[in-house]
Design a protein around this ligand. Structure first.
Ligand code: MG
Length: 313
């Protein structure tokens, strides 16, 4: 019932400056699988030049040892990526968009509606062959460009993804600025409208709220949590800030709530140990506490990132 989606190999490594050798990635994924998360996001089938750190997705999939019971997934942006993913023997695909139009324009060069049109053929084909589809919904609480995202906008975007045939929507706090109260407000309005089993949460720890947001979601009945071993992967909009909430912290917090999780902390530590020599020395930044997200955002030039919205129209 309770599921940890380990996103370190994809979301983590994508945001690292060092490019990790394929062999080390394979060992990392195999160690993570042995640790026990039910699902591992292994890599990304976006165009290799867009994310050079993950250009070896095909080879990583070919070389990992498939452990029974583990779902091995990856990001798939379009039809070409889908064909590569199928050839690699993927178990589940993930498409990605954002609630914020400005974020979408910067990240995937289209609108929310445009991104949904782009996914449609991929999602349809995946459904035809029984391949589950996850949809990432970035900037679901705050956006580095637009500031606070109204809960209603997020709910409508979730519904559009579900209508498209996405099995699981990962509601993502991309800049890590959401608070437990904001999480509660969203879930209060969302859960009566979308089946709870279709919802996953993807929190970042930029402001130190990651675990608190996980626990708040757990309280609401959410049972699918994204996490990255060792907190791997910084915040894409805040160089030097921490990003994905650490798997170890999520597992410990949920266990303290009495949640049944079969994840071996020793094996998580082993996965971390295997990867560590390949990461750049400065890769584990300190959390940025008590600063507005805008202040740590690369794209920010004034006191409030809402100014960015005005500046960019
Ligand atoms: Mg992330």
């Amino acid at each position: 019932m309770l599921k940890i989606v380990e996103v370190g190999p994809r979301d983590g490594l994508q945001n690292e400056t060092a490019t990790v050798p394929t062999e080390a990635k394979v060992a990392f994924v195999d160690a993570l699988a042995a640790a026990g998360p039910g699902e591992i996001e292994v890599s990304s089938f976006v165009a290799p030049h867009r994310v050079p750190q993950l250009a070896d997705a095909d080879e990583v999939f070919r070389r990992i040892a498939r452990r029974p019971g583990v779902v091995y997934s990856a990001l798939v942006p379009n039809g070409r990526g889908f064909e590569r993913a199928l050839a690699a023997g993927i178990d589940k695909i993930a498409v990605f968009t954002a609630v914020s139009e400005t974020f979408n324009q910067h990240n995937i060069n289209t609108s929310l509606a445009g991104s949904l049109r782009r996914f449609q053929p991929v999602t349809r084909r995946a459904r035809e062959i029984g391949l589950p589809v996850r949809g990432y919904l970035s900037a679901a609480f705050w956006c580095a460009f637009e500031g606070r995202i109204p809960p209603e906008a997020t709910i409508q975007a979730v519904q559009r993804l579900v209508d498209l045939g996405v099995d699981e929507v990962a509601i993502s706090d991309t800049i890590g600025k959401a608070t437990p109260a904001q999480v509660a407000r969203l879930l209060d309005d969302l859960l009566p409208r979308v089946p709870i089993e279709r919802i996953a949460v993807h929190f970042h720890d930029t402001y130190g709220h990651g675990v608190a947001n996980v626990l708040k979601s757990y309280e609401f009945g959410i049972r699918t949590f994204d996490a990255s071993v060792g907190g791997l992967g910084g915040c894409p909009f805040a160089p030097g800030a921490s990003g994905n909430v650490a798997t170890e912290a999520v597992v410990a917090a949920l266990a303290a709530e009495g949640a049944a999780l079969a994840i071996d902390p020793e094996m998580l530590a082993e996965a971390r140990r295997l990867l560590a020599p390949f990461l750049s020395a400065d890769r584990r930044p300190q959390p940025v506490a008590d600063l507005p997200a805008c202040a740590v955002c690369d794209h920010f030039t004034d006191e409030d990132c809402c100014d960015r919205k005005t500046a960019t129209g």
